[in-house]
Design a protein around this ligand. Structure first.
Ligand SMILES: Nc1ncnc2c1ncn2[C@@H]1O[C@H](COP(=O)(O)OP(=O)(O)OP(=O)(O)O)[C@@H](O)[C@H]1O
Ligand SMILES: O=P(O)(O)OC[C@@]1(O)O[C@H](CO)[C@@H](O)[C@@H]1O
Length: 303
């Protein structure tokens, strides 16, 4: 079974404003609300691609209830730890460009942290754990580290989709899959990535450091894949970007769904990029039909 874990889920409030003006009253032309947080997005896309999974994480308050009820409607199994405060609301403002304001999230008591850790401890060798998103401020910075160490001891494959210092901690545990975008790849090595050659050398460095599979995404410019035997490049399909929130998470879900169906790395990478773009071209996350429509536009070549 695939488990996703979102330490800091969110209700994503998408607001469109024609010409946003700072310091003035702006009227929205369109709004939408989605259950969010990186692991929850992975769960939703996996389900849409036909893969049953369970969502772990912390939720609380009326916003937490919204997330639970939306996941229930989509028949996604949720096993959240309930916390005292309200799950955060993240604002995604679209006015030509996309501007994001992500909340801090509720305080998580240590007893709730232990409750989640116990769920992770109970997973078994056949399971895959996707750890995705930021760590809320009230949780120790090495919480992910502890989760991965426990999972690796129990033979669980770990997939990582986060940013900042948390991402660095993962490398030593040799995760099954990491998906930094090219900026995050630069942050990992405290360097500025300025060319495709930089991506190739730093992406492969992650493999040399023990990460099994690495996808480095570059939004509309395509993506690279690295493992011990292969370096691949994929083009991204052309289209109108409607909402790129969750595009990276959709890549993770697309890769896992295809890989565990067919065990073919090249096809899984192609499916991953198609899923990322299908989400970028949709209001909400991608659907299976949209992903499959875009597949032939993703050209994968050996580097
Ligand atoms: N302009 C675009 N045109 C086509 N595909 C896109 C575009 N922007 C994003 N995508 C798709 O989404 C994938 C992920 O995008 P990106 O590299 O921005 O990742 P990310 O920063 O992790 O995304 P996010 O944080 O927005 O979820 C890309 O590999 C591509 O498939
Ligand atoms: O604050 P974090 O945890 O880094 O990111 C949270 C978030 O921006 O990521 C998802 C898109 O990837 C959104 O659903 C959500 O609002």
């Amino acid at each position: 079974m695939i488990y996703t874990c979102t330490l800091n889920p969110s209700v994503d409030y998408i607001v469109e404003v024609e010409h946003f003006r700072v310091g003035e009253l702006n009227r929205a032309t369109k709004t939408a609300i989605f259950p969010g947080g990186k692991g929850i997005n992975v769960s939703r896309v996996l389900k849409r691609l036909g893969v049953d999974n369970t969502a772990f994480g912390f939720i609380g308050g009326f916003t937490g209830q919204f997330i639970e009820s939306e996941l229930k409607k989509e028949e996604i199994h949720a096993d959240f730890v309930k916390v005292n405060g309200d799950t955060r609301i993240n604002i995604k403002l679209k006015s030509g460009e996309e501007t994001e304001i992500n909340g801090q999230g509720p305080a998580i008591l240590s007893e709730h942290q232990d409750e989640l850790m116990n769920k992770i401890q109970a997973l078994s060798q056949e399971d895959i754990l996707v750890l995705a998103g930021s760590i809320p401020p009230s949780i120790p910075a090495d919480f992910y580290n502890q989760m991965v160490a426990t999972s690796k001891r129990n033979g669980i494959k770990v997939v990582v989709d986060t940013s900042g210092p948390a991402l660095k901690q993962f490398i030593q545990h040799h995760p099954f899959l990491m998906k930094p975008n090219h900026h995050e790849l630069g942050e990992l090595f405290d360097t500025e990535i300025s060319s495709k050659n930089d991506i190739i050398s730093y992406g492969y460095k992650l493999v040399e450091l023990g990460v099994e599979n690495v996808i480095v995404s570059m939004a509309g410019d395509g993506a690279f894949f690295f493992n011990k035997g292969k370096i691949l490049f994929a083009t991204a399909p052309k289209g109108i970007v409607k909402n790129s929130v969750g595009a990276g998470d959709s890549m993770v879900a697309g890769f896992l769904a295809a890989y565990f169906n067919e065990q073919d790395i090249e096809k899984a990478f192609q499916y991953s990029v198609a899923a990322g773009s299908a989400t970028a071209f949709s209001e909400d996350l991608c659907t299976k039909d949209k992903v499959e429509q875009l597949l032939s536009e993703v050209k994968v070549t050996q580097v």
